[in-house]
Design a protein around this ligand. Sequence first.
Ligand code: GLU
Length: 406
Amino acid sequence: MTTRGTGLNADRRRERALALAHARTVVIKVGSAVLSNSQGLDTDVMAELARQMAVVRNAAAGRRLVLVSSGAVAAGRAVLAANGQKVEAAGLAARQAAAAVGQGRLIRVWEDSFAVHGISTAQMLLTRDDLRARARFLNIRNTVAALLHAGVLPIVNENDTVSVSGLKFGDNDCLASLLVNLADADIFINLTSAPGVLAADPRRTPDAPVMEYIDDAAALDLKQLCGGKTEAGSGGMYSKLLAAGRAAQIGVPTLIVQGRAPDVLIRAFDLELAGDGDAPTFFDACQGTWVFPARQAIPHRKFWIAYQSEPAGDVLVDAGAANALLRTGGSLLPGGVHAVEGSFQKGALVRVIHEGQTLGVGLSNYSAAYLKKIMGLKRHEVAAILGDAHYPEVIHRDNLLLDAAV
Ligand code: GLU
């Protein structure tokens, strides 16, 4: 929490204002709660957001926007209900069917809303699997770059109809955080139903104020703040902060702000208001919660390694190994591992855990089965089992991300 008017806050506001003013590529994520109401898609809200995005885009030469839009399931359910077709409230197949019905409608409303402002759009539907293989990841990255280069606004959603659990992003906050990396974004804006990030769990502290700034997303106690993961699908503030934490790691700030607040994007970017609304003041521009980027950004490759898939298992390490990883920049060696959980293949992404704390995630040079054979052993003992041509490290330093937001 911060108090207004201090020198520190003036610095923060300046930093925020400069980051927004200079942003070239902006990823904007809009949640279903913003886009829909009990009747399905709220086309007025969508038209208004498209108008604001057009203003933001045109405000700086060469500025490019990527939109991550939820709402397919909500739209589909409404269409089916309106046609008197029975929709199950729960279940994967029902959700996937609703998404199949709703995605077309979702994209049509966006397309029409942006066309009014002369902006062409493109639909991109992704599954987590699409980003997992490096070659496919690079291919998608090239496609996004080509679209942006052509002045087209990509509208991305999870390909819900074919995503199965384990291969899902889980929520669009996660998908958007991966796109921040993929599109080489400068700013991530998460438009949500909440006014920002509250300083305490609102279920326990109903009058908790909105935090204006978060200096270090990695230091947040998400359990304390949001009571852990909330409703499936919408993700809640937990997944928004996880996504913001990821963006921060690659040096990208996040603005978490209420999507339906009047002129929200225009005020955030401190642009001229159309019509007779009050001109934005510096204070207006400070609405929502601004999550600062980490001072030292991690390489994009490490980001991709850490977040391209869900960790497939856990590697439990002793105090000596934890110390080597955290303080001396070492790799994880077989001798430091004392237990392995889950079954995974060589090359899989795994969590590194010490005394119940996740230290980070990394790519394992060994399958779970092999690792169990060599854990706790010294190098010559490993060689006696596996021969000389084995990997000295379980996880090489270059394939490890500490403080991962998982
Ligand atoms: N992809 C889902 C949809 O379009 C939404 C997922 C999410 O809200 O996180 O309805």
